[in-house]
Structures are given as C-alpha cells and as structure tokens.
Design a protein around this ligand. Structure first.
Ligand code: G3I
Length: 429
C-alpha cells in the first residue's frame, strides 16, 4: 500500500481542479476531518413503540460518533434503569444502542458515569457510610466501563460538577464524598478501560465566566495530580444570543475560542459536547437563519482551534429534542426538522464543512498541480464529494472523512490515499 500511495501522490503531481460535488449520499460525515462529529440518542426514540427506525441510519450519514445520552445513566429514564439495585445492572437497552452504533459504523461516546441527576432512589434515599458509597461508585464504574471496554471510545466520566457562580455543584456525590469523587471516578474508569478517552463534561462554562474559571482550575488541579483526564466537554446548549445554561456565561465564537484555548493549553482535548440552539416558537425564516449562523459560527470556532477535536449535537431531529419539554415556548433546536428535513442550520453546517474540504482539495492542487479535461462524473463516485482532473482524467474524492484517488484507466475503484484529518494537519504546517 505504501508503494501505491507513493505512486498515487506522484500521479497527483499532474492535477488541477474544477469543483464537482456529489449530492446523492453526501452528508456531514462525508467531510469529517480533524473534528469528530457526533449526535445524541436519548433512548426513547428507539425503545418507545414503534421505534424510530430512521434515526440511527440518519446519524450514520451525518456523524462518525453516536452519543448515548440517557441509557448509560444510573437511572436511565424510561422502561429500564441501568442500576435497578445495588447488586444488579440492566444493560439491555444500552447493549441495543452499542450494537446499533457498531452495525452502522459509528464510534461511541457514552454519557455519563457520575452525575447528580438521574440517580435511582435506592441510592439517594438511603444513608450509606463513606466506605459503602465508595464501593458502590467504584463497582458501578468498573462494571459499566468494563462491560464496554474496547467498544466505547469516549466516556463522560463526571457530568456537571461546577455551579455557574464558580463553586462545586452541591450534588449527591459532593455532599457524601467531597470533591475527591471526581478524581476517584476518573482513576477507576481508567483502570476499567485504559484505552478509553475520559472527559469531564460541563454546562454553563463555555464562555469566560466565574463558572468557566472554576472549571479551568478543577481541570488544572486534576492534571497536576496525574489524574487520567483526557478531555473536557463544553455542552453549549445556547440560544440565538449564544447565552448558555450558565447565568452570565455567553459562548460567543470569540469567548468560546478563548476558553477552548486556555483549556487546551493545559493538555486536554476540548469538545463541544452537547450543542443545540434553542429558538422561540413558532420558528420563523429569520430565526432559522440566525440559528444557522450560530451553528456554523460555533462549528468554525471549533474547527479553527486545534485544541477542539469534537462537535457533538444533542440530537439530530427536532422531533426528539429535550428543549421543548424544558423551555416552554422554545424548541426547533436541532439540525433537521420534525420530518428529518434539512433546516438552514444543517445546510449552513454542511457548507461550512464543504468549504474545508475544498480547501483541502485546493491544497492538493497547489501541491500537485494539474489541468482539467472532461467534466462528466462517473457512476462510481455517486457517494463521494469529489474533484475532477482532466489532464490525466483523475479524480480526488472524499467519503467518510477519507481521501481517495481514482484513475479510471489504472484502477477499477477509488483508492484511499489519505484522510481529511491528515490533509488539514499538513495544510496547517
Ligand atoms: O422514557 C420515559 C417515558 O417512558 C415517559 O413517558 C416520559 C414522561 O415521563 O419520561 C421518559 O423519561 C424521560 C427521559 O428524559 C427520556 O425522555 C425522563 O423522565 C427525563 O428525566 C429524561 O430527561 C433527560 C435529562 O437529561 C435527565 O436525565 C433528557 O432526556 C436528557 O436530554 C437530559 O440530558 C442532559 C444531559 O444528561 C446533561 N446535560 C444537559 C442535558 C439536557 O438537560
């Protein structure tokens, strides 16, 4: 393969380009490069009868990650509770989602091992000694993470540990165990799966505020103690003014970029981990266009900052969003409408990602110049976003974030030569 790729890169030396874009099967996933794209599955949409059969394949077309939003919480809402009793676990629903993700070629992010909400009453209604509670928490993390070792790539280990005014959140775990519960959770998760990326996930700390200052301090302290924390998630549940869930915290592209940078410089990956952009109902063409700008601007803020490596949306279609249940009079917060139709936000995000792919093609052209000949796209590239080169009748194409080269005279099929992620790294040099 190395020999072929060298040959192909030499062949690329005679290329220049005219943009030709395939639209048949193009989705956001076509253009996934340095920044992973994920979408949340809440569970109900799959396990309520009749389940939504369209959601997971639609996520697979537009993301390379499935984010399991509810069914790996302690008291996964709905039909089943992950931890019905101190001594039992019910993984049935989580297993279905993990298997569905794998069957659709999706990596998995799981949310969340330790949180102050979605806890079963047998845990919160009983008095436990510190030792008993530490054992319960350790057993939980070891059992759950251990079960999906090698299958779940990213864990939100601890969720929402900080108040927006810059103090530790007074949740069940802080009251019973003190702030060390955070460190212990990360260490136990790392023991259970040393290869999983372990994230501290937070809301209301996306911009520059008391909350984000406290969050930065917690991350710095954890790293200084050698705690295995690999990343932080900035939830980014915002409105049209970039107002987050955190009181005075505003995630404007500028503030978000500054916060991502100061977190990234500590040595952790930064993800936008749960973005949705709520708008007043009924939505208007004007509010939908403003929403489109917010999505595109915040994605660009991530893509333009090398410390930001993930952009996770808290769902895909408005049909299943949590927003309208929680914010009366607001909704339509996601990328597709209730009927899976593309909203301006989806179109804007796709175009923003295409622009980056086009930069990659232009970089390839400038590095390996060539001349165009025939504009007709062949059937074989219907599922690709591609450029066509006439001088040597070659194509460079992308699909699923991978870069392919195809010379119909030489190869029956496109040959993978690189990835958008690699291309963008090279461009950045
Ligand atoms: O499944 C049951 C359903 O059978 C029942 O008919 C219905 C009405 O009672 O409730 C359904 O369960 C609900 C579940 O969402 C699924 O829709 C639970 O009551 C409800 O508490 C649960 O809310 C979830 C919430 O976290 C609390 O766990 C939301 O879906 C989920 O989107 C939300 O996600 C949080 C993240 O974990 C952390 N970041 C903020 C984000 C939004 O709040």
């Amino acid at each position: 393969m190395k020999h072929i790729s060298t040959f192909l890169l030499i062949a690329l030396m005679t290329l220049s380009a005219q943009v030709r874009a395939s639209t048949n099967d193009e989705g956001l996933r076509t253009h996934v490069g340095r920044v992973d794209i994920g979408m949340q599955v809440g569970g109900d949409e799959i396990f309520w009868i009749p389940g939504d059969k369209q959601l997971i394949p639609s996520i697979a077309k537009n993301a390379n990650y499935m984010l399991i939003g509810n069914n790996l919480k302690w008291a996964a809402p709905g039909a089943r509770t992950l931890r019905p009793t101190k001594d039992t676990f019910d993984f049935a629903d989580a297993d279905v989602l993990v298997e569905s993700a794998q069957a659709n070629g999706l990596k998995i992010r799981a949310h969340t091992l330790v949180w102050g909400q979605a806890l079963p009453s047998w845990l919160t209604d009983q008095e436990w000694s510190r030792e008993e509670l530490l054992k319960i928490l350790r057993d939980h993390i070891k059992t759950v993470v251990g079960r999906y070792r090698g299958k779940i790539a990213i864990w939100d280990v601890v969720n929402e540990a900080v108040e927006w005014n810059g103090v530790y959140q007074e949740n069940f775990w802080l009251r019973k165990l003190g702030p060390d519960y955070i460190e212990m959770a990360f260490r136990w998760a790392h023991e259970a799966d040393p290869d999983a990326l372990l994230f501290l996930n937070e809301d209301g700390t996306e911009g520059l505020s008391q909350g984000s200052d406290k969050f930065l301090e917690i991350v710095r302290t954890l790293l200084s103690k050698g705690v295995p924390i690999h990343g932080v998630g900035l939830e980014t549940h915002v409105d049209l003014s970039y107002q987050t869930l955190g009181g005075n915290d505003v995630a404007s592209p500028q503030a978000l970029n500054a916060n991502i940078t100061r977190l990234g410089k500590l040595g952790v990956r930064v993800h936008i981990s749960e973005i949705d952009v709520r708008i007043p109902l009924p939505a208007t063409s004007e509010s939908l266009q403003r929403q489109a700008h917010v999505y595109a601007d915040l994605y660009k803020a991530c893509e333009d900052n090398s410390y930001c490596t993930g952009f996770f949306v808290w769902g895909l279609t408005d049909k299943w969003s949590w927003i309208s249940r929680t914010f009366p009079g607001q909704g339509a917060a996601l990328l597709l409408d209730e009927n899976y139709g593309a909203k301006p936000a989806y179109v804007a995000l796709l175009q923003t990602m295409r622009n980056s792919t086009d930069k990659c093609f232009s970089w390839l052209e400038n590095t390996y110049p060539a001349v165009l000949r025939k504009p007709q796209p062949p059937e074989i590239l219907q599922d690709y976003y591609y450029r066509y080169y006439s001088e040597s009748n070659n194509f460079v194409a992308v699909r699923d974030g991978k870069v392919f080269y195809w010379d119909p005279a030489a190869f029956p099929l496109p040959v993978e030569i690189s990835s958008l992620s690699r291309c963008m790294d090279l461009m950045a040099r």
